[in-house]
Ligand binder design. Sequence first.
Ligand code: ADP
Length: 558
Amino acid sequence: MNKRSDRGSDPLRDKLIGLGERSVRKTYYPELQRRLSDLERFRVLLDAVSDAILLVDIASNRIIDLNKAACRLIGRCKPEAVRISLRDALPGETADAWGEHLSAGGEAGLPTEERFQMSMRASDGHIVPLEINLSLHYFESKRYAVAVVRDITDRKKAEDELKQAKEAAESASRTKSEFLANISHEIRTPMNGIIGMVELALLTASDVQTREYLGFIKQSGLALLNIINDILDFSKIEAGRLQLDLREFDPRHMVETTLRPLSYMAKEKDLPLRWSIDPDVPERLAGDQGRIRQVLTNVVGNAIKFTERGSVVVRVDRTEPEGLAGGESVQLLFSIRDTGIGIPADKQEKIFESFSQVGTSAHMKYGGAGLGLSISRQLVEMMGGRIWVESDPGKGSTFHFTVRLSRAAGQAVGKRVQALEKAPEASEPLSILLVEDNLINQLLAQSLLEQRGHEVVVASNGREALEKLGGRHFDCIFMDVRMPEMSGEEATGIIRSGAVKGVDPRIPIIALTAYALEGDKERLIAAGMDDYISKPIDMQELARVLSWVAQKVKKSAE
Ligand code: ADP
């Protein structure tokens, strides 16, 4: 290969060969001048760039050219910096890393471009984080690399600050959520006491006026409890502590028992509340029915709240979830249509955000904390569904939400089950040890149990319970969890270990909890408890548990 062809063809050079000096000057001087000023402009441009730019001959690993920023980076200036090897120009480990990238790029063929980050000790000794863009080029029959090197100290600092700020904000948010969860949990206990006592008073009060006042206290107490529950749920979701409780359930029974109490509420406003369930909805499904109830109650409650005339209609359909071929998954679509005040188009997305309300005077007069729909959205999303609204302001709204559930094992589809699952009451009187430290809750649970004809002995903590158990026979124990001196879990552990003389270690133990925080239920069962009832005590739940105990007692007597 001769030298000329080696360097490629240049029309100007070809023309100059063989010409005398005069003609060169006359004819080609202006052209040369133009080329020189082009080069100069190009140099000014390169030197004005704040990134360091180096041209490296890959075969010899030497710097061929560089701009001013590159001179600053390697601490040497031209012409000294030109033709020195990368190894002499850069700290050892930096040169090695560049070398690796260069040879990898060279082997992979041309053209190629690569971006990577690394730190380098600068000529003044301090460590500089760099972002390097290496591109490989081929000209003059040689392979070259152009390295564009950017000092990313400021960017890194900003990224680190952002990361720290994010971590601090997340930790503050977690602390806030945990505080909220704890405080609302604490508020629930006395609230349950107040509502329970009012319920007891309602059972005995005969004076109409007193009953009316008590009814108001109960309604206000329940409203307050709802807000506290919302705050508790919201903070638990925010703190990532909310878990679904997946069990088998009857969807028709769930819808029926959720909507019936709401229909009484609607009746007070002269609003009919109607519902229908698609016959295709399976008889039994598996999922968190409590959370579906919560969403349904919130959306239907809103529909009643924001409607003065007309009706509220609920439909439950079975729909096929996209991308899922039948199988074990079933998707239910709930549609709740009202003829109320409606929601302006620009607010129809916003209302699903926390603390968000429509804010018009028509909406404001109904009150509320603006948390219900945000919680509902998070809950349905946890259940693999979504929630949305279609609304015509002044005419009404239709809220839709879907949830994805599993088909319960071995269940037929299409049969309508209308009968409510009424738990049978325990027929035989039971002797019950009630372990509860809070005086009001003691009185409340004791009255509820005694009204059903059971015999109740009270202990105010785990230690006292163990003493009382030793003294006589009991059919079952209702055990509070958090108690001074000895907790319910500790006492259960001792009973289950068989360490209490004369007591059957398998005696039914039912936990009484103010609210099942995440993991509580699993913890209680793991501690050896058989079941739990949450406070305030739900009559149906109580009946279910008592009937289970009665059956157990009967079986062990046979
Ligand atoms: P709130 O406790 O304030 O009702 P939600 O999150 O449940 O909180 O609802 C947020 C807002 O969405 C309500 O304050 C109301 O402005 C609007 N909204 C919800 N449901 C309806 C409805 N069915 N009709 C009209 N407005 C509604």
